[in-house]
Every structure is written in C-alpha cells, then in structure tokens.
Design a protein around this ligand. Structure first.
Ligand code: ATP
Ligand code: MG
Length: 343
C-alpha cells in the first residue's frame, strides 16, 4: 500500500480512536520554520493534538551536526522553533516539546538499534543520499550516515506510533519500522511499528522550484514580515507560458505557487489557477502574496507576542525535557530487561 492510501486509512482510525495514537515528530534547529513545515507537518501536528492524540515534538539538536561542523547560535534557533510551535497552535499544556540532547536514555537506544540494521540498508536510504548531496561537509560523518537510526530512537523512546512528516521522511520511517520489527523478533515486544502521516502538501516547493528547505535560501518563513514575503515571492521562479494552470507534473514551479495560494485560502488549486488564467505570473504572484500574508497574519502576531518574553519558552523546554527523560528511562529499563542486560 502506498503512503498516501495508508495516510487516508490512518485518518479514519485516528478519528475513531485518538487515544490509541502517540505522535512523535519534530525538526532540526537549523533555522526558522517555513511554509513547507506548516503545510507538510505542523498543521497535522496541531490537528492531531486537537483530536486528543498525545503529541511529542522533538527539537533534534544533535542532528544539526549531520551536515555541518558547528551549530551556530543553537540556543537562539531552538527558542525560535518553540516560538514557531506556539504560533501555529501547539499547546505546551497538552504537548511535550523537548530537545533530544537533554535525554541521555533516548540516545542510548542508538547502540542496540545500530546492531539491527546493516550498512547497505543505510547506504541505500534515498534521503540520506540527498542530504549528503546538499551537505556543507567535504566527506560524510558517521552521524549523517546513522541519522535514520538516531531518528528511530527519537520515535521509539516514547513508543510513538504516528509520525506526521513530509515525503522526505518516508525512508527514515521505514528504517524505524525495520528497527522495531527486528527488535521484536530478537528480544520481544517493546516497540510499536510507527506509521508516517502525510499531508496534502507532502513536498512544498520553494521559490527556486526545489523542495522548500531551511538551508537552500528558497523558503518563506512563518515569522517573515509581509514585505519580505512579497519580495521573496516576487523573485519566485515561474515558466514561459502566460496562461496559469495547475499541472504539478509538467509545471512544478507555477503549480507550487498555485497550491500555496490554495492551501492558504482552503480552496481547490484548479479553481485558483482558473481564476488567474491569462493574468500570468504577475497576477499569480500577487494572489499568492496576499493569500500567504493574510493566512499567516494571526500566527505572526502570536509569534511576536510570545517572543517578547523568552522565560516562558525556556520553561516549556525544561518541562518537556523532564517529561521526555522520565519516559526514556522507563523505556530503556524495558529494553535492558528484554535484552537480558539487567545485572
Ligand atoms: P534542513 O534544510 O535544515 O534539513 P528542512 O527545511 O528540511 O531543513 P527539517 O527540520 O529537516 O526541515 O524537516 C522537519 C519536518 O518538516 C520533516 O517532517 C519534513 O518532512 C518536513 N518538511 C520540511 N520541508 C518540507 C517541505 N518543503 N514540504 C513538506 N514538508 C517539509
Ligand atoms: Mg531536512
């Protein structure tokens, strides 16, 4: 079954029984969150939370070092991520927001998990290959190579069984499933086999027509000003054809802009494109800019309000880390029991 069909099936299960699910998902603190995150995963996180699903949001601070030597201004970037979470509606009263570097027992799971996958399985992972291609390092570090196994520890430490994520994360979730399955075969049932949950925008493209990404200078961030948003969208790549249509396979850049407006306005992209029609790229960009700025306005206002006092943001991380540690210690105790390493 493909991931999109599976996601639709999961939606029904979640509606019927939200208590059966625990969400684990998160982001690398490599920069501010953008529209790709919002439509690819953040909205699903908030929706799950509001349906009553237990939500864990991980700030994957060790994984910043997969593709660069030093993590610059990490504390500031981490606080920025939490502001983005608050802005989109993640509620720290109901959700656990934590940084994985502060959870030793989570990281210790990496050792047994590494023994459950082969080097060729890691080498074949298309997302690792893609991230290596975009890496700022001359050669691949061991941390980059083992990234998906670390992610298995991130998901499984809290027995997460639902991972709202973008398309690029599917190969990683597959490795998590493999680790969970093999752990069960060798040592007995401790971990669930998690499912990825895709959104209607599993890969949102950036202004250059490739995956919108923090590292590629092609992103519209949630916290950007209206003017900055207008400037970035003005510079977005389109194509030579004047008539605007929604045709993602043949016109990825134009269609991505149409989709962006449609997502912001909760409309069908085909209708958005038809309305612009012969208005061409200039009209398309005007429509998208207005739609994005209008849609983000309340989130931007909330973000600015929370940014005024970072004590609250820091408290959220502290409380989240305490909760994550308690759960990770418990899981590691079960792993020790299952592996026969209790002496
Ligand atoms: P970086 O370039 O630093 O890797 P990123 O923008 O790829 O940053 P991540 O922190 O790696 O962001 O991704 C966090 C989550 O957001 C993942 O679930 C990922 O699938 C999702 N995501 C990121 N970019 C997009 C996008 N353009 N479209 C849909 N989902 C996305
Ligand atoms: Mg990424």
């Amino acid at each position: 079954m493909d991931a999109i069909t599976r996601s639709a099936e999961l939606e029904l299960e979640i509606q019927a029984n939200p208590g059966r699910f625990r969400v684990l998902t998160g982001d690398r603190p490599t920069g501010p969150l953008h529209l790709g995150h919002l439509f690819g995963t953040l909205q699903n996180r908030v929706r799950m939370q509001d349906l009553g699903v237990d939500l864990f949001v991980i700030v994957a601070d060790y994984q910043v070092l997969t593709d660069r030597d030093v993590a610059d201004r990490l504390a500031e970037t981490v606080e920025g991520l939490v502001l983005d979470y608050l802005a989109v509606g993640i509620d720290p009263e109901r959700a656990t927001v934590f940084t994985h570097s502060a959870v030793p027992a989570l990281n210790q799971l990496l050792l047994p998990f590494l023994s459950l996958v082969t080097v060729p399985e890691l080498q074949r992972n298309p997302t690792v290959k893609d991230e290596i291609a975009h890496s700022r390092q001359a050669s691949v570090s061991g941390l980059m190579f083992t990234y998906p196994v670390h992610q298995a520890a991130d998901i499984l430490f809290c027995k997460g069984n639902l991972v709202p994520a973008g398309l690029d994360q599917l190969p990683h979730v597959e490795i998590t499933r493999l680790v969970a399955r093999r752990f069960t075969e060798r040592y007995g049932p401790v971990f669930p086999e998690p499912d990825a949950l895709l959104s209607a925008a599993p890969v949102l493209l950036g202004t250059d027509g490739t995956k919108m990404s923090k590292g590629r200078n092609n992103a519209i961030t949630l916290g950007a000003s209206d003017d900055e948003t207008a400037r970035l969208l003005k510079g977005a790549r389109t194509d030579a054809e004047r008539h605007i249509t929604y045709d993602p396979a043949n016109r990825p850049e134009v269609s991505s802009l149409v989709l962006l407006a449609a997502l912001c306005q909760d409309r069908d992209p085909v209708d958005v494109a038809a309305e612009i029609g012969n208005g061409g790229a200039a009209a398309l960009k005007r429509t998208v800019t207005e739609a994005v700025n209008e849609f983000l306005a309340p989130m931007r206002a909330r973000r600015a309000a929370y940014a005024a006092d970072l004590t609250y943001v820091r408290k959220i991380i502290q409380v989240g880390n305490e909760r994550a540690n308690a759960i990770a210690d418990q899981t590691l105790a079960e792993v020790r029991q299952a592996m026969g390493t209790v002496y």
